[in-house]
Write a protein that binds this ligand. Sequence first.
Ligand code: COA
Length: 420
Amino acid sequence: MSKKRGGNRKRTSPDTQDTILSDQKKKRSRKQRDQSIPNFVKMEILDNREASSTQQIKEEEIEKEPFKNQKQDTDKIYTPLDIKTEETEEKEQKEEEEEEEPVKRPEDDDKEELTFEVLTNDGKLQTLEYLLQLKNIFSGELPRMPKNYIARLVFDRHHQALMMFKQPRRDLPEHERPKTKKRVIGGITFRPVNAERFIEIAFCAVTSLEQRRGYGRVLMNNLKSYCQQCRWMRFLTYADNFAVTYFEKLGFSKTITMDESRYLGYIKDYTEATVMECMLHPRIDYLHIPVMIEKQREAVFDRMKEVDSSHSIFDAHETRQRILGKILNQMKNSEDSWPFLKPVTLEEAPDYYDVIKNPMDLQTMEEKLKADRYQTIDQFVDDMMLIFKNCRSFNRKSSVYYHCANECEKQFKLFMNRLR
Ligand code: COA
């Protein structure tokens, strides 16, 4: 019996058709995704699936003699990378870049947040995707480093990576979140040397569009905080000569306090790079440095207040009144000021007010001071000098009054000089 064309096909309900279509879609997207993952990553996945038993043996060996094996492993496991040519890698990178990305708009900046995570190559697809993004950043930002060498270390299981992600802020309601997706914008690949309790920083970079915005600082401070918890209290790195200042600003120094024999052979030596060290302090909260500095400033200020009163800011007006009052009293108490204590009376000198048109005396000055009529020290000085000038105008040079005016003037100038 001949079969009708398609006669043995089962009729499918719309629901089943949907399922088939979505299965086909899934297959296609899995295929696309697999194509977008470079070969060496795929080989990594195979490694994880098929070579788990050998890996287990290796891990047992590493446990016994961690350091020795770490060094050997780095060179051994990832040889598939070495057979990839730079050309294929560049092509793959270009393809990745051409992948459709949601457009990031400037106004999205405050709608996105930074998050941090430490990842190691655990063979999971998501981890591999993120490590791949980080590898691409390193390749772009460190052009003098061979790409396959970067990849080898980034995917090496004894290296860890502190990843810096940018993603839509999670505290925003769904409809306000930008369409951008979680992506790696920088990171640090490092290898802990447990035996000596230090880490070696292999690569550190922030993607070029996000540089010089403080992210490099935040990234390093996050690494410090993480390593503090792991009790890896020392960082060593061969800093690219262009980045020495960056490392210095983040607390690294060219002076290495660690004995050379303890790190030589453990960390990789690069040309045109400077070995630098940073020691962590167990009590510094590296994630809240500005808050900590503010607290320290307050503590220092409080301590200063205990030993010194210069922190008090006097009321300028009150201070001036107090000082002028003191000078006035000193003048009143002078043995030569008796002719100037009160206004001259008509009994004392009937024609005085015909000659002296602007009379002045210490009592009047005191009243003016109490009435707050001296707005400047100069006004006070002018009145005092007027007393002496009037006296010298009205009296003869040989008189006792004239002598008193000269003596009082000398004393007054002395007080004023002390004040200044
Ligand atoms: N040279 C001199 N100073 C630098 C610098 C550089 N290349 N990069 C950053 N700085 C300074 C900044 O001026 C800033 O100092 P300030 O706070 O006194 O203004 C401080 O370092 C922190 O800057 P920040 O904005 O947080 O750094 P960043 O986000 O630009 O990241 C790098 C710094 C080095 C990680 C980044 O520029 C980068 O990826 N460079 C290319 C890769 C590289 O050289 N990596 C280091 C060797 S592995």
